[in-house]
Ligand binder design. Structure first.
Ligand SMILES: [Zn+2]
Length: 294
């Protein structure tokens, strides 16, 4: 039996729809269906950090959450997928309950073993499957591991720190630093997480700006590297935030400077009803910003 319907690359479905198409179980990261002769792989970015994409190859971690993973069950089905005629379909979860279809995948090399921590934090052996997409138009989301992110960020920030020694005015330095942060790795990580301006619908990465909530100049090195100290905004909303003409209270509700005229509010697309979703850490950084509202 074939699939109950064909999915389009990048189509987003919920779990129930996914199960209806593949006639598979509603849980698990690797779901085998004998009825459709498929193996559905789910890469849940909201939970998983050890998978990585190198070039166009996705290094997918096999099944088994505790202890050493075994080459059996679904892992074996995937390892033999070049000879067992089971179709392997691939989904990515970027947000809870949203499954984005990336198309069919095939083994791009021999499965290999690696070391990863299990649920309880113990080192164990896992099986890793190099996979490539069959459709040349399809693409995996590149989401490097948290560890890689941190290394790259540190490198970038060391470079930015050099700006502080430049024989130029403080305001000029701050402008340089802000510009560099707003376009680099820090922004990339925020983009992967937020996708759009925290206040409006602007999604074009070319104009979105990543800023520190607590400014670079007063942050410790740790705070500078903390993505929770970041906010992704469109140019207008970034300018308002940067100049302390807007801020956010402990509920994430916008507070607007009394000095900002009504017409400016209209043209800059802000009003009292706006709110942003901030996690606890972001709120911690916001406190100081809030107190400096003009
Ligand atoms: Zn905006």
């Amino acid at each position: 039996m074939t699939l109950t319907r064909q999915l389009v690359i990048n189509e987003v479905v919920n779990n129930q729809q996914l199960c209806e198409v593949f006639l598979c179980a509603p849980q698990g990261g690797m779901r085998k269906s004998n009825r459709t002769n498929t193996l559905t792989l789910i890469s849940d970015k909201t939970k998983l950090y050890d998978d990585k994409v190198v070039g166009d190859i996705y290094h997918y971690t096999g099944m088994g959450q505790i202890g050493d993973q075994k080459m059996s069950g679904q892992n074996l089905t995937l390892a033999e997928s070049d000879i067992n005629a089971v179709e392997v379909h691939f989904f990515e979860v970027m947000k809870p309950r949203e499954y984005t279809y990336r198309g069919q995948v095939e083994l791009a090399g021999e499965p290999y073993q690696g070391q990863q921590k299990d649920q309880d934090g113990r080192q164990r052996l896992v099986w890793i499957f190099p996979l490539s997409l069959k459709d040349s138009k399809a693409k995996f989301t590149k989401l490097p591991s948290a560890r890689n992110d941190k290394l790259e960020l540190e490198e970038e920030f060391n470079e930015i720190q050099q700006f502080e020694n430049l024989p130029i005015q403080q305001t000029e330095k701050e402008r340089l630093i802000k510009g560099r942060i707003g376009q680099g790795k820090f922004k990339k990580i925020l983009l992967d997480r937020e996708c759009k301006c925290a206040l409006c619908g602007v999604t074009d990465p070319r104009v979105l700006i990543a800023s520190h909530i607590k400014p670079w100049s007063t942050s410790t090195n740790e705070e500078r590297l903390d993505v929770n100290n970041g906010l992704l905004l469109c140019p207008n909303h970034d300018a308002l935030f940067d100049k302390h003409l807007i801020s956010f209270d402990i509920q994430g509700k916008i507070v607007i400077s009394q000095t900002l005229a009504e017409t400016a509010r209209v043209f800059l697309n802000i009003h009292e009803g706006l709110r942003v979703k901030l996690n606890k850490k972001q709120l911690g950084y916001m406190k100081e910003h809030y107190q400096k509202l003009n």
